[in-house]
Design a protein around this ligand. Sequence first.
Ligand code: HEC
Ligand code: HEC
Ligand code: HEC
Ligand code: HEC
Ligand code: HEC
Ligand code: HEC
Ligand code: HEC
Length: 319
Amino acid sequence: MKNFLLSIFILVVFLPGGLQAQEEERQEIIEEVKPRNNECLECHGQDEYTYFNEQLGRDVKAQMCEDYIVSEEEYYQANHFSFACVDCHSSGFKEYPHPAEARFEQVYSCTDCHGFSESDKKYQFSQIEESYKESVHHKKLEDEFSCWSCHDPHTYAITARESDNIKDIVSYNNSMCLDCHSDVEKFEMLSGEKENVFKHHEWLPNQNLHFNNVRCIECHTEVDKDVLVAHKVQPKEEAVQKCVECHSENTLLLSTLYKYKVKENRQENGFYNGVILNESYVIGASRNEYLNVISIVLFFIALGGILVHSLLRYFYVKK
Ligand code: HEC
Ligand code: HEC
Ligand code: HEC
Ligand code: HEC
Ligand code: HEC
Ligand code: HEC
Ligand code: HEC
């Protein structure tokens, strides 16, 4: 009991304090890096920019192409919020018009920086890289595709590992794929074909409901027990199409979307009550606990009815 009260005390008093300190530290870092980034965001932060036109001898306003806009708000919420633009980009970009050499800069890959520190261990960069090399994107598109194609360098923020909200995780993860697969022009530029991803899933009933509740990767990547987010995207022939993979007691979702929660909850609540029942109701995957409870309640009401009935009869008959 003493321990219990102590831990409540610690939770109430120190945890918010710790989080606040973390947030303050984050804000400090942002304030430090902001002035340097503003030199770039002054043009790249919105859809309009101004530059000095030497021929005309005056400032000229122009339209910034949509693909070159970096949202300041999302940037400072992303994983790499502490970076100055020129930490990744050539310092040649400080000049405008940007010089040609800067445009041919070499971009870093994730594993140029990651996978060496103790705190990176849990992300398993090298395993992920291996799976990626086996994926359909790498095999078909090679150098035209990279980790950055899905992980937007300016907005990527870890979600599945941090969030408790399945809907948020699904919507963030699917937006990473749909960014391309529902953008006809972007997709055509890479594959040379026009595509309508929604048309290819017409066989799936209630497509919207499914796309809001399961991730693309649930059906399109090979299950990987060792990492949190499997990265081996398979050719379409290998995709999950069988309804029972999810709509059954031993659902696929336990080894993919609910994986993290399964580990956390397994000891506490028993394997599957803790995970699926609290989150959502997937037909066939969850035994309906409510129905069980209702039937027990009905049983006792009936029993009570019989009892009262018999008692009344007993007393009346006695008279
Ligand atoms: C005066 C406005 C202006 C400023 C300041 C500016 N840029 Fe740009 N930048 C542009 C425009 C316009 C384009 C797209 C057309 C072009 O390349 O000229 C661009 C293109 C780029 C590209 C894409 C190049 C390519 O061809 O793929 C990168 C990367 C870039 N800028 C980074 C930066 C960085 C980093 C900074 C800050 C150090 C910066 N820019 C500052 C206007 C600006
Ligand atoms: C963590 C490294 C990193 C940081 C920090 C970074 N960038 Fe980038 N940026 C990249 C990479 C990598 C690409 C190329 C993406 C690709 O090839 O898909 C890129 C592409 C761009 C482009 C070209 C548009 C595009 O999508 O190809 C612009 C413009 C740009 N960055 C501006 C900025 C500005 C402005 C900042 C600072 C606010 C910034 N970047 C900070 C890594 C970074
Ligand atoms: C230029 C070096 C560099 C590159 C390239 C880079 N990162 Fe990072 N990344 C960092 C640094 C530095 C941090 C901040 C680490 C910290 O907060 O302690 C970070 C943070 C992260 C985090 C959050 C870590 C945490 O525990 O908060 C993730 C996840 C991540 N990066 C993934 C990636 C991925 C995926 C790529 C490639 C698409 C990538 N990074 C490319 C340097 C880099
Ligand atoms: C086809 C799209 C795609 C490609 C390509 C891709 N990733 Fe990912 N990656 C994802 C998705 C989706 C997530 C889950 C994001 C989330 O919810 O945090 C993720 C998450 C991650 C994470 C965080 C996992 C965790 O434990 O929290 C790391 C690290 C990572 N990817 C590294 C890489 C590296 C390195 C590459 C290139 C070798 C790469 N990714 C290429 C889609 C992709
Ligand atoms: C940068 C754009 C881009 C992103 C982001 C992207 N893809 Fe792709 N994807 C492509 C292109 C282009 C192809 C076609 C390759 C070809 O056939 O030439 C492709 C092919 C595929 C295929 C194989 C289709 C077949 O013909 O077998 C699947 C499955 C797939 N993607 C799923 C995903 C999933 C799941 C995600 C998110 C985790 C994702 N993609 C993210 C561009 C993208
Ligand atoms: C319930 C499982 C499931 C989900 C969820 C799912 N897919 Fe599919 N997907 C499939 C199957 C099965 C096929 C093969 C259909 C066929 O061959 O007719 C397919 C086909 C595809 C193709 C190939 C289309 C073609 O024929 O060229 C792409 C690309 C694709 N899916 C991307 C996605 C993306 C992006 C998402 C997330 C928004 C997603 N899928 C969600 C099962 C799924
Ligand atoms: C990747 C896992 C997965 C696959 C494969 C899958 N489903 Fe689902 N399905 C779900 C999830 C998750 C829900 C949403 C449950 C909820 O309402 O929260 C759902 C919802 C549904 C619903 C709607 C239930 C309602 O409440 O309205 C129907 C009907 C359905 N699925 C039928 C199918 C059929 C038929 C197939 C095979 C063609 C299929 N599903 C394949 C995971 C899957």
